[in-house]
Design a protein around this ligand. Sequence first.
Ligand SMILES: [Zn+2]
Length: 74
Amino acid sequence: MKDTCPECGGRNIHVASVVANEDWQEFLPNVGGMFNRPNLEANICADCGLYRLFVPMQHLNDIKNNYPQLGSPS
Ligand SMILES: [Zn+2]
């Protein structure tokens, strides 16, 4: 569950938006587009400091179409 920290089990999760800059193509090429940059959602656990990044749901099809699934032949 996103509202529970997988590291410490804490529920003090805080949310921040990580805005893509001019280098956005470097970290997720083929996702989104010129006018639909894939900003990321950061979830930070205020109990242990774990920092997780999530790609927004609207971009997950691009991820499925452009990146191999772990453990599957490509
Ligand atoms: Zn934690």
